[in-house]
Every structure is written in C-alpha cells, then in structure tokens.
Unconditional design. Structure first.
Lengths: 463, 106
C-alpha cells in the first residue's frame, strides 16, 4: 500500500511534464493494493503482490478503457482481460493505469499518439522512443515500478534503450497475445519493461507460457528465469554481427558499445568481432512489407459498427465506414494501411508480400546458422540516442530507420533484451543481446552479469 | 522543366488513381491533400523495397512461424461465450440486441 501511494504521489507530482499515462486508475490501484496487503498478511505472498504496474494501452483490461492511443478506440472498454492481465492479477499486482504509445503501436517516438506526445525524462525536448514510450518513460521516472509493453519491430527495446531501462522482447510464442490489440500478428509479442534484469526475470516468470486462447503460443516449458542470473560469463560465445554497426550510427553509441563488449569479455565471455548476418540489409524492406500488410488486414475490423469511433454522416453503409476510418485513424496508421493494402492487392501480392516472406526465411536461417556458433549476439539497440521531438516526424523513412537494429529480431522471431550500456550527451545508450528461440535465460544471464558489473541502471534522471 | 516533370512521373510508382483505388480497397476515406501526400510518400517507400529484387528466392519457401509448430487438435467441447449484453456495450448503435447499420439494400 505504501509503495502504491508513493508511486501515485510521484505521478501526481511529475506527470504533467512527462505525459506517460493515457489513463490513471487511482481507485482501482488503491483497492488492489489493499487486497494485496490482505494476501501478504495472510501469508499468501507472490513476488509481484502489491507491486504497481503500468500497462501499455494496447493490452485489453476488463472494465478499464483501452485506447491504443487512437481516436478510434478513445472510449472502448474491453469486456474481457488479456491473458497477461489475468496472470498479473493472479499475482496480486497493482494496476496504476494505461501507458501512452504511438497510435496502434505504429511509430518509434510516441509522437504518433492521437492524444499527446510523451517526453523523455532525461531530456524533456527529446522523445522517449516508441511505440512503448509511455511505459519506458514511466519506469525510469519512478511513475511505475515496472511496465508491460508490446514489441512488433522494437517497440519495447528501442524505448527501453532511449530511457535507460531494461526491455525484453520474448521469443515469438513465449507469451500469449490473447487480448493484445493486433498490429502485425506474426511479429507482435508482449514483454516486460523494468528497472533491472532481476525484475525482468520475475515478470517473465509471471507472464510466460502456453495459452489455449492463442494458437501461436508454444507449450515449451517455462523455466524459473531468476535461476540463471549469475555474474560469470565463462564458456559463453558471443558474436558481434558487423552489419549492425551501420552507416549513420552515432560515434558515441559505437564507443559505448565497444566498451560494453570489452566488459563482457572481462566477465569471461569469448567475443567474436567478425560475426556476420549478411541479409540484415534486407530486413527493413521485409519488415515494412510484412508489418503493414498484416496491419491492413487486422485494422479492417474498425468499421464503426461493433465498437469504437463511428461517423454516420454518410449516405451509405460503405461511405459511413470510409468516413469512420478517415476521421478515426491518424496519419501514420493510414500510411501503413495504404502500404499494406497495396502490397496485398491483386497483381502485387507475389511481388511484395510473398517475396518478403521468402526473404524472411533467409533472414531466419542466417540467425539459425549464427546460433550454431554463438550463444548470443550483441548489437546496439538503436543507431542513435533519443532524438528531438519533431525531428523525424515529417520523414517516415528516417523514422523507420531508427528501428534498423531491432526489427530483424522480430522477423526472425528470436528473443532479445535491451540493457542500459552508457550515456551520450546525457542520454542513455542501449545494448541489445539476442538469443536463439526460447533462450531468454541465456540473454538474461548475460544482461545480469553486465548490469552487476556496471552502474548505468542505477542512474536516474534529475527531474 | 517538362522533361524533369515527366521523369518524376515515370519515377513515381503510385499515381493519384492508384492511391484512390487502394484507399477504396481499404475503405479508407482520404482528402485531396492526403491523396497527393500518399502518392509521393508511398512511391518513395516502395522504391526502398526494390532492394529485395537483388535476392534470389527461387528455391525458398515463405516463412510461417519462428519455431516449427504442429497443428494440435483440442477436444470438441462447448463452453459459454461472452454474454450478448457485454458485447453490445461498446456498440455505437444497437437495436433489439443487434448492431445497427445503415440500410444495405435499396
């Protein structure tokens, strides 16, 4: 209860500077905190009992407005809970509210929220990254103890890197997507955003596992993710894929990464600087065909009939749909619906979507081959630190490029975690650790050893 | 100048008419400014996709799932669905327990 009250006070003090929250559920939080206290008193303790969480506003919360930061769902109240919500509620966690994001998770800066942009607590003129910008900003700013995000092309890891917190995208199929508002179904995955690696492991223990409600979730056994956290990296082989040190990368990010990799070596890991994933250069094109194609199909459901925004000043049922979608969606969502509809339309399907899915197979195979040699791969999370608000808003290709290091991981479906690895001009740098499918334990082990040998995660923005 | 303009037209992968057609397929209303903007922006983005033409995918099958999955069958058991009233709570318009839309037939 004290923790919940302290966090709510922090939100009241600081939120008008950050705008991390779309909805604050103070009454629910206080009630849940009381229930959690009762459980703890009766000796019924779970590890997340009473711990306050912020949920990205793309995950359905029964009875709590779930907007996807879109005008389309501004007043949508889900009649059911996502599977992750059921699991977290069973742990007696405390729900503080819903986190701001790019509309329907499409974006890399949270500027595409239909309501307001979120600001980076390290520098209020910079973006927090996206699309899970609200959750990442809240966690580093003590407006939440941890957060749950979603990641389709970097939406957990890139904001975690920009805000200096830990963000994990699990293996595709590791966490149930039931109740996650669909963006690109073959790429979407839910994961934790936390202050440190131990918290990340604890949250994974709570949310991972097969779910009959999500046919793409996998019934692979769930280990205790905290049991792998030790400080020694002896015997681990880590590859550094040279293609990820891209042109246009900030010099400071590069040197921070090189120092971090040296640290991994000191901790006992064997480093190979010559690892290579040559198809990386195709990943951006593959992603921006596959993700918008799937999005255009998924977002067809917003027709103004069953739920959500509805415009009826129209002469026919079709015109009503067109107007509903014209007024309900923001510009980036429209851009991707257009791109995806084009890529899937008659005569273009083979040239775009099918071609992209074939190149995707090649990218997956390269990761498979790399993991025959290495236990993990290490790259920067993003080529730059957080950029200024407005800097990339008018240039979609530049915005897409800020995910160039994270989106190949979704294409391959493998897990990856971003951990704080230094600062450039007062802004955090993220290191991305990538593993083979279902090796979250290995990448969390490496992340933990690195974190314990450094103090980046202990620094807090002065705000 | 005319030459330059023609060159630009040839370079543009999507013209106005195509943008309007795609918007129709997506049931997405667009205003004049958006049609102009998307013709340029989408052409630009599509050009960036040409990099994939370099890849030989003749013997490659398209990706499905990150890990090999087998179809599983569950017992054919019935279970209760959500109550009708819950589902209709978010309906913009309803009548007699149904979603209400504009007339479909003349």
């Amino acid at each position: 209860m004290e923790l919940t009250k302290a966090t709510l006070e922090r939100i009241a003090d600081i939120e008008d500077k950050i705008h991390a929250y779309v909805t604050i559920t103070e009454d629910i939080a206080l009630r849940q905190a009381e229930e959690a206290d009762d459980c703890i008193r009766s000796g019924n303790i779970t590890l997340l009992a009473g711990v306050p969480v912020l949920i990205k506003d793309v995950i359905c919360t029964k009875g709590i407005r779930t907007t996807c930061s879109s005008k389309m769902l501004e007043n949508f109240i889900p009649p059911y809970d996502a599977t992750v919500m059921k699991k977290l509620k069973a742990q007696k966690t405390v729900i503080l509210g819903k986190g701001n994001m790019d509309e329907f998770a499409m974006g890399s800066s949270t500027e595409h929220s239909a309501f307001f942009p979120t600001r980076n607590p390290w520098n209020l003129s910079c973006v927090p990254g996206g699309s899970s910008g609200g959750p990442a900003a809240a966690v580093v700013n003590n407006e939440a103890i941890y957060a749950i995000g979603s990641d389709t092309g970097g939406s957990i890891r890139q904001p975690a890197g920009f805000c200096g917190v830990v963000g994990l995208k699990p293996t595709y199929g590791r966490v149930s997507r039931f109740g996650l508002v669909a963006f690109a179904s073959s790429l979407d995955q839910i994961g934790p955003i936390t202050k440190d690696v131990t918290d990340c492991a604890l949250v994974m223990n709570a949310i991972a596992g097969y779910d009959p409600m999500d046919s793409t979730s996998v019934s692979y056994p769930v280990p205790d993710y905290t049991s792998c956290l030790n400080r020694d990296l002896k015997g681990l082989h880590i590859g550094i894929p040279k293609e990820y040190f891209v042109e246009g990368m900030q010099e400071g990010v590069k040197s921070a990464l090189e120092a971090a990799i040296k640290k991994l070596k000191e901790l006992g890991a064997e480093i190979d600087w010559e690892a290579s994933l040559p198809s990386t250069k195709y990943a951006l094109a593959v992603y921006y065909i596959v993700a918008p194609s799937e999005a255009s199909a998924n977002l067809a459901r917003y027709d103004g009939v069953k739920y959500g925004f509805s415009e009826q000043k129209a002469s026919s049922v079709i015109e009503a749909m067109e107007k509903t979608r014209q007024l309900g969606f923001g510009s980036e969502v429209k851009r991707r619906i257009m791109l995806g509809t084009y890529a899937l339309s008659a005569g273009y399907y083979d040239a775009y979507y099918l071609k992209a899915q074939k190149v995707r197979t090649l990218i997956e195979q390269e990761f498979e081959q790399a993991f025959e040699k290495y236990d993990a791969l290490v790259t920067p999370t993003s080529p730059t630190v957080a950029f200024k608000l407005g800097e990339k808003l008018e240039d979609p290709m530049q915005m897409y490029l800020s995910d160039v290091c994270t989106l190949p991981i979704n294409i391959a479906g493998v897990p990856a975690v971003s951990v704080p690895a230094g600062f450039v001009a007062g802004l955090p740098v993220g290191m991305q650790i990538i593993g083979k499918p279902f090796s979250e334990e290995t990448i969390l082990h490496i992340a933990f050893a690195y974190e314990q040998a450094t103090d980046w995660h202990k620094r807090e923005p002065k705000i | 100048m005319l030459q330059l303009w023609c060159f630009w037209c040839i370079k543009m992968k999507l013209d106005r008419k195509q943008v309007e057609h795609v918007a129709w397929l997506a049931r997405l209303g667009l205003d004049e400014a958006e049609i102009e903007k998307f013709a340029v922006e989408l052409s630009n983005i599509l050009e960036n996709f040409e990099i994939l033409d370099q890849v030989d995918t003749a013997d490659v099958s398209p990706a499905t799932h990150a890990v090999p999955l087998q179809s599983v069958f569950r017992e054919d058991q019935s279970s209760p669905s959500y109550p009708q009233s819950d589902i209709l709570t978010n309906a913009p318009r309803e009548e007699e327990n149904c979603f209400k839309v504009k007339p479909v037939l003349e």
